[in-house]
Design a protein around this ligand. Sequence first.
Ligand code: ATP
Ligand code: MG
Length: 582
Amino acid sequence: MTSPASTWTGDALAERVLASFEVYDAEFRALTRRFGLSFRDRAWADGQRIALERLLLYTVSLEELLDDVRLSLGDAAGDEMLWAEARERFGRLSDDRDDGEIARSFFNSVGRRARGTVGIGPRTEFVGDEVIPDTTPHPLRTRRYPPQALSAEVLEKVLEDLAPARLADPAGDARKIAAAAEEALCATGGDDEIVALEFVPGCFFRSKGAYLVGRMLRCDEFVPLVLALVHEEEGVRTDAVLTRTDEVSVVFGFSRSYFHADLDPDAGGARALVDFLHTLMPHRREDELFTSVGYNRHGKTLLFRALQEHLARPGARLERTQGVPGLVMIVFTLPSIDVVFKVMRDRFGLPKRTSRQRVREGYRLVFLGDRVGRLADAQEFEGLVLPVDRFAPEVLDELCREAGSIVHVEADAVTIDHLYTERRLTPLDVHLREAAERRDETAERAALLDYGQALADLAAINVFPGDLLLKNFGVTRHGRVVFYDYDELTRLTDVRFRELPEPRDELDELRAEPWFYVAEGDVFPEEWPAFIGIPERLREEFMVRYGALFTAEFWRQMQEQARSRELVDFFPYPESRRLPKG
Ligand SMILES: Nc1ncnc2c1ncn2[C@@H]1O[C@H](COP(=O)(O)OP(=O)(O)OP(=O)(O)O)[C@@H](O)[C@H]1O
Ligand SMILES: [Mg+2]
């Protein structure tokens, strides 16, 4: 095909990519804003639709641009020289933009797809430190308040300025916030005065919650001040005041859906926001923080950059993870960074009857749905290249032997066509075993009961994990139980929960195979206790609290609830942190 504009120069291509990026970015902001409006209107179902649209936006924008590029350039769309030229120009265009690095990630995404890049193309994309423009971005323009006294008046002003809808009781809330802030300052010690009180100029929305994110500066230390808001019929109310780094970290955690951070238009770019968040959660990597506010594709770029840095360290080694090996996934990790790599096997061990396509659907369901603190976010990589000398021999052997169709070794590089990365957790079976060995019954009990709660929470968002074995759940450093194995994950409403029929005679009872008809998708909760592997000592207590999980009735009720489409409340903080009403 002779293409009409095959004369496009690299410069023109770069400008075309930037124009698309700007359209994407404007749409991203518009959807973020609309999500905030859905909170204002308590239009929860609208919010869910908007969240979905925003999650799909990146790929949609990319596809539109690619169609255009291919139509205009024909065969030249993959030309290396052209992309190298475009990269030069794009570098200059993105240099002094606040969102320059996000734009460069976008450029990389387009270029990689157009060229079908495997590994990284240093000439045609931004790699390593080049991802981030040299120019220092403007810091976030925060809202600052007189810090002298953390008085109720000042905090009422904060609420009035930043709350996204009419407040039910600003004065009452402000008194409670002031008391909580005071308590936090006493608890963190020191009589030093607060020298600054400032808030992100806008609001963070997710599901049915909204958050005002602030910090108090004392000496050279930041104390978080995060106000969790809910919108009830009488108006917006402060539901909790979070003042500890670990609490804030859970709110921004990897097992939650991405925030819609609706900021004043002149507040600064995403980098400025992330830098601010970093002062509240210094131990979180920046890629995680970008991802937490919806820039997950750029988060992936930065994660890759972090991985490269860790792989370059002396002695870095990609090793097997602890726990029971998967029948579907080969899972390995790099000890110095808390990330696991999951590569699908060519053939799945018995009794798995799933397909590659089906596994990917499970992961996609998790990406697009609510995660409510119970599902680990996964990043999908294509054409990832890792240095061969960093692999433990047994891991490389297994990859070549069992995933040979998507793992290719050439000279010093291992190319993996497709994999997921996830946060590394302690598998629940390992966690329980270790707690038992230490005779730490408190840790054992807490994790086991939280497993029961995790199943109930997942049911409340219409998710059925499929494989309930303890090895498919992990424990976070905050002690929360999170599910991470999605190959059998389905919507709860797609499963048929059945009671076991009464045996017709003694022979029936003895049969190893079911004597009654079991259709695809039939599930018998009464059978679960026999194989889940709940430690004997804790079985009774577990059954008292969560015995309902082993009845078909419970699951059918949850299905009813899911069908009625009510959005359930989930609070990313413990019940004990919620403020008393009134
Ligand atoms: N996020 C994670 N953190 C730590 N370990 C993990 C993580 N994900 C998986 N693992 C480890 O890898 C093993 C296999 O992973 P996973 O359960 O996801 O794969 P699978 O092949 O689908 O498993 P299954 O055979 O249960 O279907 C787990 O049993 C666990 O030991
Ligand atoms: Mg598993």
